[in-house]
Design a protein around this ligand. Structure first.
Ligand SMILES: Nc1ncnc2c1ncn2[C@@H]1O[C@H](COP(=O)(O)OP(=O)(O)O)[C@@H](O)[C@H]1O
Ligand SMILES: [Mg+2]
Length: 427
């Protein structure tokens, strides 16, 4: 990567700065040369400049985690704003994105800024234009960093617990909880803790090839005895940003959580982990209710069947009753291909009186790969359509005040609005 510990450059004020890590996808060869020259100083000549456009950038399945800057040519994209929105959710959240294009239109500029791009430069490029745009964006990022990053990376923002609940068993709740936690951690570059609240029959630890522990039950019994050291000892590390806790209590051993046990437990856990993703059991109404009550965000996954819709409705009701302030996201299961399901997405939306936030597609090979490797989906099958479908949801989660959920107004509807506006303008 371009950014290494020893690579330093001087900025305009003569202060020493680390070289930034940059990539570019540019179709026009003159523009390529310009960008390359302009970025030479800030990247120490190590910018990764490729021939291509936003299409090529969207095709990239994995982005360098430390990428600081992406310059992307909109070229002949049919729907530049929709493409830009999709690209913005794929790149690391701190990455500055600057678009190039032939259309000199302030409305397009505004739409691109609205989806999170940092600048838009019309071709042909004059000498130094890109360099100045990059400097400006870097400066803004540094200055605005404190406020912007609180929203984006949320270092000092409030603790969040996302509960993932399947309306019925086998709809992919555990798979999705693991996938979302993995994606969220990489995106925020922040440690995320997965907790399997099904103490008897949970499958989360098994799916990650980690050991179940007895301490979870004890911790739920006596949350006041949890301290930082305890959490450090019981949370098992799965990846750079991913940790997990789960139990495997004997099926015969009855466990009755005392009132507010989950809430007290989570409060202690949040002293070490800001983000918790909870896999919520369906079979234990007491713990289910407690975890929902303690959640700031809830992802409800319904399968496209009659019982699936009925139970999604019932869980939706519980959420309204015990966690009225939590953000509720609704997804449809991908375990059974939607085309082979008796119930249609529109039926679910009509019955639950709200939009679906995410249609999780069916991808059996990817789901199998995750099981076989004992890894989150985004690692085991980064190109899976499931990962693509979950991306906007994950991106919406770490936006302060969460735009997603509630009425179902996620980035998808935002995206549609933008692209419609753009089409209207083109006419
Ligand atoms: N989107 C998907 N497409 C295909 N298979 C999936 C998908 N999501 C999950 N699966 C598979 O479905 C089965 C049940 O998934 P799991 O996550 O354990 O469901 P739950 O936790 O709701 O019971 C697993 O074999 C899993 O690999
Ligand atoms: Mg499960």
């Amino acid at each position: 990567m371009a950014a290494s510990a020893t690579a330093h450059v001087l900025n305009a004020a003569g202060e020493e700065k680390s070289a930034i890590s940059a990539m570019a996808f540019i179709a026009d060869s003159t523009a390529q040369a310009r960008v390359s020259a302009d970025l030479f100083n800030v990247t120490l000549g190590k910018a990764n400049i490729r021939e291509g456009s936003i299409d090529g950038a969207l095709g990239l399945s994995e982005w360098p985690r430390d990428l600081d800057l992406l310059v992307v040519d909109l070229a002949d994209s049919n729907d530049p704003v929709a493409d830009a929105a999709a690209l913005k959710t794929a790149v690391p959240s701190r990455c500055i994105v600057i678009a190039l294009g032939r259309i000199n239109d302030v409305a397009l500029y505004r739409d691109l800024i609205a989806v999170g791009f940092n600048d838009y430069l019309a071709l042909p490029l004059n000498e130094g234009v890109v360099g100045r745009a990059v400097e400006r964006a870097l400066e803004l990022r540094e200055r605005g960093g404190a406020t912007m990053n609180a929203a984006v990376t949320g270092k000092d923002a409030r603790p969040r617990t996302l509960s993932v609940i399947g309306a019925r068993g086998g709809v992919g709740a555990t798979t999705t909880a693991v996938a979302v936690a993995g994606m969220l951690g990489s995106r925020l570059r922040e440690e995320v803790l997965l907790i399997d609240f099904d103490l008897h029959y949970g499958s989360l630890m098994l799916s990650l090839d980690l050991e179940a522990i007895d301490a979870l039950r004890e911790a739920l019994d006596q949350p006041d005895r949890i301290d930082a050291l305890f959490i450090q000892q019981v949370a098992q590390k799965k990846g750079e940003y991913l940790y997990a806790i789960g139990a495997e209590e004997a099926p015969s051993g009855g466990f009755q959580a005392r009132p507010h046990a989950a809430n007290d437990f989570l409060r202690q856990i949040h002293r070490k982990f800001r983000w918790v993703v909870a896999d919520v059991p369906r079979g234990d109404p007491v713990i289910q209710r407690q975890v929902i009550e303690a959640s700031t965000d809830i992802l409800l996954i319904a399968d496209l069947s009659l019982p699936g819709v009925r139970d999604a409705m019932r869980i939706q009701q519980i959420v309204h009753d015990v966690a009225p302030n939590a953000k509720l996201y609704l997804a449809t299961s991908g375990v059974i291909d939607a085309r082979r399901s008796s119930v249609k997405v529109a039926d679910v939306e009509r019955t639950l009186k709200r939009k679906i936030d995410c249609q999780i597609p069916s991808d059996v090979p990817a789901a199998l790969a995750a099981v076989n490797f004992g890894k989150p989906l985004a690692e085991a099958a980064p190109n899976s359509s499931i990962v693509k479908a979950l991306r906007p949801l994950v991106a919406g989660l770490d936006v302060e005040g969460g735009k997603g959920g509630g009425s179902g107004g996620t980035s998808r509807s935002l995206l549609r609005r933008f692209s419609q506006g753009l089409k209207a303008r083109k006419k």
